[in-house]
Design a protein around this ligand. Structure first.
Ligand code: AMP
Ligand code: GLY
Length: 436
């Protein structure tokens, strides 16, 4: 079966590998040549991620009937709509349904309308009611300010981190309204975040194991926010700070949201990836994304024992209820190697990538030129270790990441016992130990 993958990062490299594993002949549309995908794919084209016409052309020219969209940009550009019009089934929602990610206001309102109890206190302000923002900030005391729209993960400002005073918060609200139709002010939640990625055909659900990402650039969660420096999952398909009940609560929220959006706009076919947080008052929703996470896709796709091509087919055909997914009971740790200076001032340079490693290697933003691999201005290469314990997986990922030569860095602490234990302690503190 021929399958088209849209996107050229490490997430898409992992998607391509999973499809190949399922016996597909893979074609890829990507913004630059990903050396891993180039090697694995039968064919590829280079272009902008919102160039729907070129993607439809690549698919029709090669008689492809199934596509998987990796990143959010093509979803927002309505690529799924165009592919479907051309008779190509798409794992990835239409532009309207992708509002689950592209409009945080849409999603908060959806949860409110359908009484899905997973949001923090929030209010949405526009130019007409912004006068009420100060009183709401006073009421909340601790708050977060978010633009209502895609910002590449960089638009959210949190009190105590990016905002120190109410004045700064109000100024940021006004600044957001210069470029966005609305701004969301919400209660700041305290706890541990985790990602739950779910594939759905609009009726049935395939939940992947939960994963924890690390957004900060440097060890001990310091430095700027990034696209994600690495992530881990556990062999029991939970996380060390989560109970089965916690994961069930997150699954239930996603299933309710899928039912709600179906009522509003129709069946959602693709990935619903919830950013959840475990707090002293239960599992809350930070945001939804309409795609797999990057790096979280690299943790869960290699664990899949069920044929991923069959799963994708079932999603587009509305037959996911007939698929029961199985996962390897292995822990995974993913570590991203990134250019020095990333994310603020990345410096591209030549690197060497180890081949004598037990880790899985997923290329992200790199160029293959002059007989070598060069970093660009974003994350470079991801290494995934798999093992019976998080510690074992960490050693494999760390060993590979530390062998990369060139002007790069990675977070050595991701997946280490010390850091994982800190998360567990944090939850123990905020739940007062009542968390079995
Ligand atoms: P988002 O783009 O909505 O995922 O937000 C980016 C990051 O901001 C999240 O991963 C959280 O660390 C933080 N964040 C967003 N909303 C909240 C909230 N209500 N409380 C605490 N932290 C938040
Ligand atoms: N892991 C962050 C993201 O994919 O948005």
């Amino acid at each position: 079966m021929k399958v088209l993958v849209v996107g050229g990062g490490a997430r898409e490299h992992a998607i391509v590998d999973a499809l190949l594993c399922g016996g597909a002949e893979v074609y890829c549309f990507m913004p630059m040549v990903n050396p891993g995908i180039k090697k694995a794919a039968k064919g590829y084209a280079i272009g902008k991620l919102d160039d729907n016409a070129s993607v439809v052309e690549l698919a029709t020219k090669n008689d492809i009937k199934l596509a998987v969209i990796g990143p959010e940009a093509p979803l927002e550009a309505g690529m799924a709509d165009e592919l479907e019009k051309a008779g190509i089934g798409c794992v990835g929602p239409t532009r309207e349904l992708a509002q689950l990610e592209t409009s945080k206001g849409f999603t908060r309102n959806l949860l409110r309308k359908y009484n899905i109890d997973a949001s923090p206190k929030f209010r949405i302000f526009d130019k007409n009611n912004i006068g009420g923002a100060e009183a709401f900030l006073n009421e909340l005391g601790r708050y977060v300010v978010k633009p209502d729209g895609l910002t590449g993960g960089k638009g959210v400002k949190v009190l105590g981190e990016h905002l120190q005073t109410k004045g700064e918060a109000l100024a940021y609200c006004s600044k957001v309204l210069e470029t966005h139709k609305s701004v969301i002010v919400e209660e700041k939640l305290e706890g541990e975040e985790f990602s739950l990625q779910t594939l759905t055909d609009g009726n049935s659900f395939l939940h992947f194991p939960p994963v924890q990402d690390h957004k900060r650039a440097f060890e001990n969660d310091t430095g700027a926010n990034t696209g994600g420096m690495g992530s881990y999952s556990d062999a029991n398909l939970l996380l060390p700070f989560l109970t089965e009940g916690d994961v069930e609560a997150a699954k239930k929220t996603t299933e309710q949201v899928s039912a709600a959006i179906k009522q509003e706009l129709g069946s959602y076919k693709g990935v619903i990836y919830g950013g959840f947080i475990k707090t002293s008052s239960g599992i809350k929703l930070i945001e939804y994304n309409a795609r797999f996470g990057d790096p979280e896709a690299m943790n869960v796709l290699p664990l899949l024992k069920t044929n991923f091509v069959e799963i994708c087919k079932a999603v587009v055909e509305g037959k996911l209820s007939g698929v029961s997914a199985e996962f390897d009971n292995k822990a995974t740790v993913c570590k991203y190697v990134v250019p020095q200076g990333y994310p603020e001032n990345p410096k591209a340079g030549k690197i060497t990538v180890p081949t004598d490693t037990k880790a899985l290697i997923y290329y992200a933003s790199v160029d293959e030129k002059d007989g070598g691999i060069w970093t660009t201005n974003s994350r470079g290469v991801a290494f995934v270790g798999m093992g019976d314990t998080i510690g074992e997986a960490e050693q494999i990922a760390e060993d590979a990441a530390s062998k990369v030569t060139g002007a790069v860095y990675h977070r050595r602490d991701i997946g280490t016992k010390e850091l994982v234990q800190k998360r567990v302690e944090h939850i123990r503190q905020i739940t007062g130990g009542n968390d079995a």
